[in-house]
Design a protein around this ligand. Structure first.
Ligand SMILES: Cc1cc2nc3c(=O)[nH]c(=O)nc-3n(C[C@H](O)[C@H](O)[C@H](O)COP(=O)(O)OP(=O)(O)OC[C@H]3O[C@@H](n4cnc5c(N)ncnc54)[C@H](O)[C@@H]3O)c2cc1C
Length: 462
């Protein structure tokens, strides 16, 4: 594929001609689009375009094709694998201004939104209608970004990931052509599944401008519980049993004792410093009570106890604590940065994968609290790295590689939800030895000039 050119005065002046004041080269805009929430090195784009319409997206692509300039779609910048970092310079295509909820289908339980609508914005529009969108990463990303990373989060165990909640997309290809995929029907056998080709493509195959999603009715009853467990093995075993028994929990999250301690320090709480499960239950009143009873039995049999969080305030404090876990980890060391990485394994291998990883961590000098959407077999390490500590980074890097290799050996994946971005790219060939060649061909077909988010997902394209 051709290499992208360097920034030129013509590129900038042609862009300015096409998109006017929506083009910016202000230091704060360049800095704000140089990084995401990952540990990867920041690099400023040459310019930022704050798109307001499909025509803006097409105009940027048209100019950038002629100049062989990279185009890097940017949602809210909450990604954890460096996907939105302009590693080769280029134009950061900010979609956050395309933020209209276009349609709410109350009868069909679906919505169509522009790509820049954020998760919190969508849920605050849906709430008064008795609906919600259940994919909950705990950050506040755009729906376009969530499609692009095939995001999931705490409620995937019950409601599925973005992959199971996206019905259709509108995508602008590198050529400028607009393609509509999928539709509003709940199922379809019509042709290749283009919706799921773009879902998880991390801005490398097209720019998502519109998303049609399934939504859910707000549950009649919600209950939540905290379960302090005697040790990590009993916590993970209890999770596996809950899933294998088919108890339809809405959330089942794990915090190891290091993360509980971090949250206590960060939030001023005094939870017992022991591996802990956080749960939520959705459904009719009787069904929820039954689920709570069943989980209490499982947890009790493993030496833990279930403490119900009775009020809505207690519940929201509980999930706020969980959602701030990454920042709590960061606060463990002064001037630290975090490197949050995830793997996912079949549920039957979760205990082996997690306990082996934990044992290795304990033998190392690296600090890395563990959290997990464990009902899916997915867990995260948040390495807490001190600035300038080269040895820490090297050791974290080795632990990370071994964790991924372990997950792959156990039939898992190098990333359950954060995406490949920069950090997982070296592992893709290992995970999909026969698939990467086809991925390369798809990339070359859809983006023959290699302008869309180059250097991400497929390092082999260089
Ligand atoms: C505290 C915290 C907790 C998190 N927890 C979770 C979690 O539990 N589960 C989870 O899945 N993620 C989690 N994340 C990661 C993050 O929120 C997701 O990856 C999210 O989906 C990124 O969306 P964004 O809008 O911020 O995208 P960005 O970070 O802006 O971009 C991410 C990638 O998508 C591409 N992209 C963005 N918009 C578009 C578009 N419209 N068209 C094409 N490509 C596009 C970018 O080029 C980039 O490759 C967490 C992040 C933080 C900070």
């Amino acid at each position: 594929m051709p290499r992208a050119s360097e920034v030129t005065g013509e590129l900038i002046s042609e862009l300015a001609e096409r998109v006017g004041g929506r083009l910016s080269q202000s230091p704060s805009d360049l800095e704000g689009h140089s990084r995401d929430e990952s540990h990867h090195e920041a690099r400023a784009p040459w310019a930022v375009v704050r798109c307001q319409s499909v025509e803006d997206v097409q105009a940027v692509l048209e100019v950038c094709r002629r100049h062989l300039s990279p185009v890097i779609p940017f949602g809210a910048g909450t990604g954890l694998e460096g996907g939105a970092i302009p590693t080769r310079g280029g134009v950061s295509l900010d979609l956050s201004g395309m933020n209209r909820v276009l349609r709410v289908g109350q009868e069909d339980l679906d919505v169509t939104v522009e790509a820049g609508v954020t998760l919190s914005q969508l849920n605050s529009e849906l709430g008064p209608l008795g609906l919600f969108f259940p994919v909950d990463p705990g950050s506040d990303p755009t729906l376009g970004g969530m499609v692009a990373t095939r995001a999931s989060g705490t409620m995937a165990v019950r409601y599925g990931t973005m992959a199971s909640n996206v019905l259709g997309l509108k995508v602008v290809l590198a050529s400028g052509e607009v393609v509509t995929t999928g539709g509003r029907a709940r199922k379809s056998s019509a042709g290749y599944d283009l919706t799921h080709l773009f879902t998880g493509s991390e801005g490398t195959l097209g720019v998502v401008v519109e998303v049609t999603l399934r939504v859910q009715p707000l549950p009649e009853t919600v209950a939540a519980a905290v379960c302090p467990m005697p040790d990590l093995r009993s916590a993970v075993t209890a999770v596996i049993e809950v899933i294998q028994l088919g108890i339809p929990v809405a959330r089942i999250e794990l915090l190891d004792e290091v993360m509980v301690d971090a949250i206590n320090r960060y939030q001023g709480t005094d939870s017992p410093v022991t591996p802990t499960l956080l749960l939520e239950f959705h459904g009719a009143k009787g069904a929820v009570a039954e689920q709570v009873r069943e989980v209490a039995q499982v947890v009790g049999a493993r030496g833990g106890r279930l403490e119900e969080q009775a009020t809505p305030e207690e519940r929201s404090r509980l999930w706020e604590r969980r959602h701030h876990a990454l920042y709590a980890a960061k606060a463990l060391r002064p001037h630290a940065r975090t490197w949050s990485t995830d793997v996912c394994v079949p549920i039957s291998r979760l205990a082996d994968c997690l306990l082996e990883t934990k044992a290795e961590l304990e033998r190392s000098r690296v600090l890395a609290p563990i959290v997990g959407h464990v009902g899916d077999g997915n867990f995260h390490l948040s390495f807490v790295l001190e600035e300038g500590e080269v040895e820490q980074l090297k050791e974290a890097d080795e632990l990370h590689s071994r964790m991924v290799e372990r997950a792959l050996r156990m039939g898992g994946t190098c990333t359950g939800e954060h995406g490949v971005g920069i950090g997982k790219a070296p592992f893709l060939l290992h995970e999909h030895p026969t698939g990467v060649g086809l991925m390369r061909q798809l990339k070359a077909t859809l983006d023959p000039l290699g302008i869309l988010n180059p250097g991400k997902v497929l390092v082999v394209e260089e």
